[in-house]
Each structure stands twice: as C-alpha cells, then as structure tokens.
Design a protein. Structure first.
Length: 167
C-alpha cells in the first residue's frame, strides 16, 4: 500500500494537513494575497477588490473540487501557523501540482522550493512525473524552470509544464 500523499513533505520545516471547513477564512485571505498586486495593476477599485476576489476564490474552489477528484487539498503549516496551501492531484504516472500558494510573509524563505523538491522525490520513487499549469507572466515560472520543469504546451493562456526524473 502506498503512503498517504501528504507524507511527501515528511521531514521538512513545514508540515501538511488536510484542509478543514474552518480554514476557509484563512484560504480566502491567502487567495486575496496572491491576486492583490494583479488587481491593483488592473486598476480595480479597492472597494470592489475584496468582493471580486472572494467570488473568484469561490469559483476556483468549485472548479478544483469538480475537476480534480481525489486531489489532496492541504494547508501548509509552519510553527503551528498556516502559511499557505498546496493541492496535489495524483493520477497514474503523474502528480499534478494544482496549486501552491504562500502568504507574503512566508514567500522567499525556501518553503515552496522544499515542497516542490519533496514532491519530485516522492513522484520519482513512484516512477511518476510532476506536472502543473502556470501563467507565463507568473514569477513562479522561473522557479519551476530552476527545478527542472519544461514547457510541454504553450497553446492556452497558461503553460503546461512537466518534470520527469532522469534515468
């Protein structure tokens, strides 16, 4: 029997736990933090920003749950405080990194990179790939490239990137 999906992060400075109903307020704040700069650049009225982002969060949440059955929806915890989320959808031969988001105070500290490397090791041990979709303008694109992800599809608004263990 395979180990539970969240165990891919065992031994890291962060731990993963399944999302719970009471996490919604945190998850909404996290989502807002990931989109705030984009909304400011787009000229969205600050009074309209929170309701708009809240509706986008709800739509995204519904989409993920409808299109990724069996997905691991995890909260990233550091020093007993939630700092982010990571969603991983396992399928035969692939672990889809559906989403990884960190609060601003947790960014740039290596947590995201540790989780990506751990997911890659977990997938490699199971002879599987890791794939994801990313907006080409997202700063994370460069992070994924540093971790060996290659672009396999540029045809849509987001790029599909994939990593496979060598050898």
């Amino acid at each position: 029997m395979d180990v539970p999906l969240q165990r891919f992060a065992a031994g890291l400075a962060v731990r993963l736990r399944p999302e719970r109903e009471h996490d919604e307020a945190f998850l909404i704040d996290l989502y807002r933090s990931t989109r705030r700069d984009e909304m400011i650049r787009a000229g969205l009225d600050p009074r309209a920003m929170a309701p708009f982002l809240d509706s986008q969060f709800t739509l995204q949440r519904r989409h993920y749950r409808a299109h990724y059955p069996g997905c691991g929806f995890f909260v990233i915890v550091h020093e007993r405080q939630p700092i982010g989320r990571i969603y991983v959808h396992p399928t035969p031969g692939d672990y889809r990194l559906v989403d990884i988001s960190l609060l601003p105070r947790a960014r740039g500290k290596g947590f995201g990179g540790q989780l990506i490397a751990a997911l890659q090791a977990f997938a490699a041990a199971r002879r599987s790939a890791v794939s994801l979709h990313v907006d080409p303008l997202n700063r994370a694109t460069e992070l994924y490239k540093r971790f060996g992800f290659g672009i396999v599809d540029r045809e849509s608004a987001s790029w599909r990137m994939e990593w496979r263990a060598s050898g």
